[in-house]
Design a protein around this ligand. Structure first.
Ligand code: SAH
Length: 351
């Protein structure tokens, strides 16, 4: 398979264009076709000569991200997409409609190797990291489907973005480029299970994106029970990397905390969460765990979740309980893909 031209940053494209003896401004034209006009093929670049289009197609292709199934929530307009990639792999993308705009939750890898016990994406391990262009094209595919612009991106689908670091940062360079999709870094949130050296590297890149840390437990002992990565990077190192990220970028950290009944929703946990979030000045996002078939975890009751929220607020912690969206169209992260792969893609929502 030829390499994906949509995965080139502007500078990479400019480098290639001049290397074949073309004028540098051609790079701007091509980049604009790919990421501003968002065309699906090289043939559509009509202000580029046939000859140059042929030269491009000799060396490059556009790796496809094609919707094979779209589920639409009757409750809130959430749309869940199964996207097929050029090599036949399937990934999930979700559109969430908010008052402030359209937000798309993208995947960063096919599968995942982080092994979090409550997560469906990791059950079969990592297949491969997504290319920068495959991350961007998930957004373009949704825009095409709904005929509206996407203003916000959350990298919270399948995969660990910081385990696919170079492709992820190239994606950030591409999607925030004002000559292309021009999505502000401030409107992008990326979630990580806590890969310490990469959090620090990302901070030094000075993107304006929001970093969300999947905390889920407030002691190393407990965290290790549900997140294997916690054995590699202890909490004090993770939190110190988050402080560094906050100090260098000036952006507030978000802590994600999936509430598991009887495991991490007690008084001790609340105290730990107040201490950690208070110390970091972080926003806390409480997520009642989405039970997955393969595991035994149950979600904390609404009542306990609200009590915890109140406790945090009394301690001046900024906290939200994640609104469940699109509940009627499938369960937790990665479940849709798993059920699609195992039932061979048949179903009545095919597009
Ligand atoms: N690898 C990144 C992105 C993963 S998905 C990370 O670990 O942060 C985004 C969030 O959803 C993470 O906080 C993840 O821990 C959480 N998550 C995964 N499965 C879940 C489930 N079944 N219920 C609730 N939250 C879940």
């Amino acid at each position: 398979m030829k390499p994906d031209i949509r995965s080139c940053t502007y500078d990479e494209l400019a480098g290639w264009i001049t290397s074949i003896g073309e004028k540098p401004y051609r790079a701007g034209q091509i980049f604009g076709w790919l990421h501003a006009k968002k065309v699906p093929d090289i043939e559509s670049m009509t202000d580029i000569s046939k000859d140059l289009r042929r030269k491009i197609a000799d060396q490059w292709m556009i790796h496809e991200v094609t919707p094979v199934k779209v589920l639409v929530s009757k409750a809130d307009g959430t749309r869940k997409y199964l996207h097929k990639l050029s090599d036949g792999n399937i990934i999930e993308t979700v559109l969430l409609k908010y008052d402030y705009g359209n937000s798309v939750c993208i995947s960063s890898q096919v599968g995942c190797r982080m092994g979090c016990r409550f997560c469906a994406s990791t059950i079969d391990g990592l297949v491969r990291g997504l290319l920068p262009g495959e991350m961007a094209a998930q957004v373009y595919s949704v825009e095409k489907d709904i005929g509206e612009r996407v203003s916000h991106i959350v990298v919270m689908g399948s995969g660990e973005p910081l385990d696919n670091y170079d492709n992820f940062t190239d994606f950030l360079d591409i999607i925030t480029d004002s000559r292309g999709a021009d999505i502000s870094g401030r409107n992008i949130t990326a979630s990580t299970c806590g890969i310490v050296p990469k959090i620090r590297e990302l901070a030094d890149r000075k993107y304006t994106l929001t970093l969300a840390l999947s905390l889920h437990a407030v002691t190393d002992g407990k965290r290790r029970q549900i997140m294997p990565i916690a054995a590699k990077y202890p909490l004090d190192e993770v939190l110190s990397a988050c402080r560094y990220y906050r100090d260098v970028t000036g952006r507030r950290i978000t802590l994600e905390y999936s509430l598991i009944d009887g495991f991490n929703d007690g008084d001790e946990d609340a105290r730990g969460l107040i201490r950690i979030a208070g110390g970091l000045g972080a926003h806390v996002n409480l997520i009642p765990v989405n039970p997955i078939e393969e595991r035994k975890y149950r979600a904390t009751s609404g009542k306990t979740a609200f009590a915890l929220k109140n406790k945090l607020e009394k301690n001046r912690i900024n906290v939200t309980i994640r609104r469940e969206m699109g509940r009627d169209i499938s369960g937790a992260c990665g479940q849709l893909r798993r059920s699609f792969i195992s039932d061979d893609g048949s179903g009545d929502h095919n597009v």
